[in-house]
Design a binder for this molecule. Structure first.
Ligand code: SF4
Length: 301
């Protein structure tokens, strides 16, 4: 497995609690990166020798402004390209947005704004427009990420990354609970492949503050605070992996068949079936189908 991008879930905390969120981000979620952990990840990323991008996502990374800024500076000092994804809650007026973004000018190579009807009453709220204008003024490369409403047919084509423009909902995480009623359904056994992730050779992975290395949110290949990322990459065998193997063999439908899981007759999409199946398998594969945050389990359960 050769990685070119490390996407850090800088915090599970978010100002919003969006219905489509893969990672169950909310003001009540726990788990945020410390700089000490970032140093360790940058060291491991550098050792791989193939990593080009370090991206800071969430949750909402601007909630931890000082460490986000320092993280971007350190990643840049190490020679990586850097990205940030934000909901722009901080862009109150133009002067605020400019002051917030000014320290990032010249340091950020991809500044992505989440803007859709999950984040506000209109697709591009005043805050989104204000943040975008400030980024453009500071010559920070900016783009907009928009997720369609659940009634829209899935328009996501790109593998492993939400592309600029409008993309369809993937019914995993909170979307698998809050949005599926509004979506069409297809028979469970029609989901014979993973349509969104390159599970054999992912190219980029997500890392959370607990150290989990996610090939898809909630499927951990290991914990880089216990096993070096280089070892996780070198020993990754997709076909013999107990969760990835069946999905590669025949999609989420095969995961259900392989483990004899209960299922409904129809699901909103492949991710919906996959997410439900994985939830049923968590007690069997607790080190892989983790952490609780990715499955919407409250801290005290
Ligand atoms: S089908 Fe499963 S592994 Fe593939 S993107 Fe959806 S949730 Fe992730």
């Amino acid at each position: 497995m050769i990685l070119t991008g490390l996407h850090l879930l800088w915090s599970y905390k978010c100002t919003y609690e969006c219905d489509h969120c893969f990672v169950w981000g909310s003001p009540w979620q726990e788990g945020t990166f410390a700089l000490r952990q970032l140093d360790e990840i940058l060291r491991q990323g550098r050792e791989l020798g193939t990593v080009e991008w370090i991206c800071f996502e969430g949750g909402e990374p601007f909630l931890y402004y000082a460490t986000l800024l320092r993280g971007i500076q350190r990643a840049k000092e190490e020679g990586f390209k850097t990205g940030i994804v934000t909901n722009t809650y901080w862009a109150i007026e133009e002067a605020d947005a400019l002051e917030t973004l000014r320290p990032f000018a010249g340091l950020v190579d991809d500044f992505s704004i989440s803007a859709d009807l999950y984040h506000g009453d209109e697709v591009q709220t005043t805050q989104v427009q204000t943040a975008r204008a400030a980024a453009e003024k500071l010559r920070i490369p900016v783009r907009i990420i928009t997720i369609a409403q659940p009634e829209t047919e899935d328009t996501t084509e790109a593998i492993g990354q939400i592309p600029p423009g409008e993309s369809g909902v993937m019914f995993r995480g909170r979307a698998a609970e809050n949005l599926v009623e509004r979506a069409g359904r297809k028979p469970w056994d029609s989901f014979t492949e993973c349509p969104h992730e390159d599970l054999r050779d992912p190219g980029r992975i997500h890392i959370d503050p607990l150290g989990n290395v996610h090939i898809c949110q909630g499927i951990s290949l290991g914990n880089l605070f216990h096993t070096p990322l280089g070892t996780i990459c070198d020993t990754y065998d997709p076909d013999s992996h107990p969760v990835i193997g069946p999905i590669l063999d025949g999609g989420p439908a095969e995961l259900v068949r392989r483990y004899g899981l209960p299922h409904a007759e129809s699901y909103a999409d492949a991710c919906h079936l996959c997410y439900e199946a994985r939830r049923d398998l968590r007690s069997r594969f607790p080190q892989i189908l983790t952490p609780d945050q990715m499955y919407g389990v409250p801290e005290d359960e």
